[in-house]
Design a protein around this ligand. Sequence first.
Ligand code: PLP
Length: 426
Amino acid sequence: MKAYSQMSKEELLALKSDLEKAYDDFKARGLKLDMSRGKPSSEQMDLSMGMMDVFHSRADLTAADGLDCRNYGNLDGLPEAKELMASMMECRAEDIIVYGNSSLNVMYDTVARSMTHGVMGNTPWCKLDKVKFLCPVPGYDRHFAITEYFGIEMINVPMTPEGPDMDIVEKLVSEDEAIKGIWCVPKYSNPQGISYSDETIRRFARLKPAAKDFRLYWDNAYCIHHLYPDKQDTILEILDECRKAGNPDLAYKFVSTSKVSFPGSGVAALGASQANLEDIKKQLSIQTIGHDKLNQLRHVRFFKNIDGMREHMMKHAAIIRPKFELVLDKLDKELGGLGIGEWLRPIGGYFISFDSLEGCAKAIVAKAKEAGVIMTGAGATFPYGKDPKDSNIRIAPTYPSMDELGLAADLFILCVKLVSIDKLLE
Ligand code: PLP
């Protein structure tokens, strides 16, 4: 196919008039499709409905340590829930706290506590003139929303195929004491689906931050979210790497079963060094008497162990893999070689990241909306919602049906072509 930049003005105008007809046809259909949020489909959630059968009115709700899960007690997780979550996190059960239903909530609390009470005896951030976070971009909008909410200045760090640009991270972190953290999604990142290389993770573990209370906010949200049985990324375990590098307190690791069982009704956990966990528990014991143990128990009884979880994730993969492939194959076929967009082919996670020509993303998303397809807002993948190149668009293929997704992808591709032509004609 001929690259658009190689086409004459006349050729572009002729193409535009054909594409506009197709676009008007789409508009006339009155579509109402949503490719905006990374939610599992109903079919995926059906996979976990067996969890509802685990409990009944005569079920024995006693935990492995004899605790009656119906009552108060247990701050940091049932022993069997710790085993299950720790094996999902590839770390030791003693290195984690099992929380409630949301890892984002744990991340928010972690930032909030650092603000009001500081990290392991260091000055609370609210008493400092300036607090900054590094934000690998494109990234997860809700991470950025937390740091923005607390008035923390966010600094963009470009992603590379190996993870965040570590030359920049090392330089900034070692020079500036106001930098207190970095948001990381180390495996099948949101939105690009990139997994950090061993070298990147070792460089993270060996960081020498100017701030003693600098932490890696290591959100391993997609740790077991593979799309293929035989093509799977593995990454180095960060707590272990930090210990080996003599930096045991550097990382907070977050996970949840939101996209394993039920979003909003899963189980979340945090992993960290003993010193960090002690520091966190001082606050946690004030905040709650304990999290939802019945939900923890239900998850353990349903999945049994990490093998059960992995098997379950392959059932998710069987549902969502064709959706990813549908969109990716359309992108390859319709946009490959045109020079008006770039995308990666993820093998896990929940998203496809698309980069349009500079200055086109907002217009593409607006044009898709006008014809009835909602995409994630352009800019959402950057701090403050500002993509300096106005180019990144996050595609979330999991929720719509295959038919809807096919239509939405066709329309998206049409919008990319139309907006790109306008850009080239400027
Ligand atoms: N972290 C990342 C990177 C995500 O993409 C998401 C959801 O999309 C979450 C966290 C939300 O996690 P939870 O449901 O555990 O709050």
